[in-house]
Design a protein around this ligand. Sequence first.
Ligand SMILES: *[C@@H]1O[C@H](CO)[C@@H](O)[C@H](O)[C@H]1NC(C)=O
Ligand SMILES: *[C@@H]1O[C@H](CO)[C@@H](O)[C@H](O)[C@H]1NC(C)=O
Ligand SMILES: *[C@@H]1O[C@H](CO)[C@@H](O)[C@H](O)[C@H]1NC(C)=O
Ligand SMILES: *[C@@H]1O[C@H](CO)[C@@H](O)[C@H](O)[C@H]1NC(C)=O
Ligand SMILES: *[C@@H]1O[C@H](CO)[C@@H](O)[C@H](O)[C@H]1NC(C)=O
Length: 418
Amino acid sequence: MFLQHLTPRLIVATAVTVALAAASAANNNFDVKPFKIDLTTEFSRLKSLVNLTRLPVKALYPGVGPEKGVELDFLSELRTEWLTTFDWGAQQAELNNFKHFTAVIEGLTVHFVHERSDEADAIPVMLLHGWPGSFHEFLPVIEPLTQSAVSATGKNVSFSVVVPSLPGFAFSPAPPAVNWTVDNTARIFNTLMTEVLGYSTYAVHGTDWGSAVAYSLYGSFNTTVRAAHFTFLPFFPPSAQDIAANNITLSDLQKVTEQRVSEFNAIGNGYLIEQSTKPNDIGLALYDSPVGQLAWIAGNIKLWSDPRSGTPPSVLTNTAILTSVSLYFLTDSFLSSVWIYAQNPTALTSVYTKAPTDAPLLFSQYEYNVGLWPKEYVAKVGNLVSYNVHDFGGHFPGLDNPSALTKDIRGIGLYFKA
Ligand SMILES: *[C@@H]1O[C@H](CO)[C@@H](O)[C@H](O)[C@H]1NC(C)=O
Ligand SMILES: *[C@@H]1O[C@H](CO)[C@@H](O)[C@H](O)[C@H]1NC(C)=O
Ligand SMILES: *[C@@H]1O[C@H](CO)[C@@H](O)[C@H](O)[C@H]1NC(C)=O
Ligand SMILES: *[C@@H]1O[C@H](CO)[C@@H](O)[C@H](O)[C@H]1NC(C)=O
Ligand SMILES: *[C@@H]1O[C@H](CO)[C@@H](O)[C@H](O)[C@H]1NC(C)=O
């Protein structure tokens, strides 16, 4: 099939027995294997391609701003860093500080990071990324979540953290069927948590496409998914007119977000229409072009984030952006990743319906995100127990405000009942 993904280049670790015991208390019918990332050879090829790729010496129309797409200065700066100071070896070593595994579920290989808490009463939680993200965007919150700490509401909790790569992203190969949806992904991820890893109940966190998977899990697996936290929802954010018609008054902070949502809808969603309708055009055009993928992705990462991104508490630096784009290129997953839009034409809806579950739902609004869901709207879709607003961070809070996201997710501890 033309969507067939290349086999991820994994090096199976030698200490299989020890690591396997950590991966799977339950059983190993799912061919669970630990692995280390080794894309060193692929990175040197990336570098040669980047070196051969020319960019204009000066902008065609200087000063038009990021509203017209990625700015040449920013792209050139990133390109130069990729060729000079960016150290893939160091990044790869950091990625390999986490325990990576693959499992085969319904014939599909699924990559995931799994880090257990040492506490017997730890809450299992699965963190779900979107586009253009990956497991990488959650790395800063994993270790803190595995440690016991007192939540804002006073409960001392820790988490066993699972971060899968969505099918078609990073080391999870493309899904087998052209009509593979987020509901299919939710089903295999529930199997991952319960049958592969042996957690009878667990919590989920989702952003972007990961929120669609998390919401599907929340509604369809109500005996195993016993809490959910979201920073994004698979419901179109209400328009300013809708909000006003419902007599909802926005705070000043929410007004900033609302302005960004309006801009996104007016001039920011071209990529979304492209990827929903002609995924092969952009997927093949940029297939072997690292600078092309960088141009398509980096501007949006920047635009959807806090204007202060890259300064504390944000760790969304140029290096993080380059690592993220390197992962897309080096794993051959750019093409399959954009397909998620075409495969899920109805995953986002304007009809707010309540999921059939009594499991608690927690929501956090980050000021510079490109979606705004006032509390009254979130309450329509689930059993809302907590609504937080943060004035720092945007669409990738795992990178842009990891300490706040850690606290948000830790908040699950007060409501989770296994
Ligand atoms: C880029 O290519 C030029 C010309 O072949 C070479 O001199 C230079 O060392 C290369 N730079 C990098 C960073 O590979
Ligand atoms: C939280 O739990 C950990 C592990 O049981 C313990 O070491 C720590 O002292 C506790 N902290 C508080 C504030 O109770
Ligand atoms: C995929 O879905 C479309 C639209 O629902 C349908 O027309 C098509 O037959 C499906 N393709 C496969 C291979 O199931
Ligand atoms: C909003 O307030 C107006 C005026 O009080 C009222 O007529 C209307 O029914 C309210 N709308 C909603 C959706 O509550
Ligand atoms: C789970 O969903 C089913 C079917 O939609 C519903 O009947 C049941 O009450 C739900 N259970 C919980 C615990 O919410």
